[in-house]
Design a protein around this ligand. Sequence first.
Ligand code: NAP
Length: 241
Amino acid sequence: MIQKLSGAVAIVTGAGSGLGAAIAQALAAEGAKCALAGRRREPLQAVADAIGAAAGEASVIPTDVADEAQVAALVAETIHTFGRLDVLVNNAGLMRPASLTQTSTALWDEILNVNLRGAFLLCRAAWPHLRHSRGQIINVSSMAAVQGYLDEAAYCASKHGLNGLTEVLALEGKPHGIRALAVCPAAVETPLWDQDAPADVRRRMMKSAQVADLVRWLVTAPRNLDFGPVIVRNFEDPWMQ
Ligand SMILES: NC(=O)c1ccc[n+]([C@@H]2O[C@H](COP(=O)([O-])OP(=O)(O)OC[C@H]3O[C@@H](n4cnc5c(N)ncnc54)[C@H](OP(=O)(O)O)[C@@H]3O)[C@@H](O)[C@H]2O)c1
């Protein structure tokens, strides 16, 4: 099989579970060497082991994306280990449902710091290396970036912000050959829903591997193609019987 990302290096954040784990495995199957980032080492190591067992290559770099120094260290260690950076997948994210009045300032900051500030910090730190490689940024956003949901003030604000950031990255990146795009899934069956959706609803959601296939397709798409926010929804609403 021809591996379209052979020789390429990717950073995937939130790579220890759900969408991030599936995206890292999909990119690794396409030949990309992957730097796996997230706060907890154990789940990252399990994903790295799975990639290794499938003849891929991955390194584990525990990182809190909300911490500027840790983000700088993630990029530096990736370059030290693999020598280059071609693809940045900002996927780390938090969702904590709360009505507006139940949203404490601390909760607001926690969600914005990971979902939006973290992506900003990583894009800025990775930018010189992406300029060098004429690389790509995939921001894992959400349907919550294009519409509102009850009890999701901070989450919706963070994802709307992420799409806005992505639009600017696409503009600023174009003269340097950097392609930036946002992928906006509706509900996907991942640990994100552990506390917030019953088992039968979760079963009807689209699967991480399906979104990861889409991301793999986008990353390997011909470079004369450009993409606005890529929305992917469940054909039938998983919340409806
Ligand atoms: N599931 C859905 O329905 C859905 C739909 C649309 C968009 N999304 C987006 O998809 C992305 C992945 O979510 P998921 O559904 O796969 O849920 P998930 O399994 O809970 O994944 C979230 C990941 O983010 C990591 N993370 C959280 N805070 C972090 C931090 N400060 N620094 C680094 N990593 C951090 C977590 O690892 P650690 O806890 O170890 O740090 C975890 O691996 C999120 O951005 C989410 O908003 C999900």
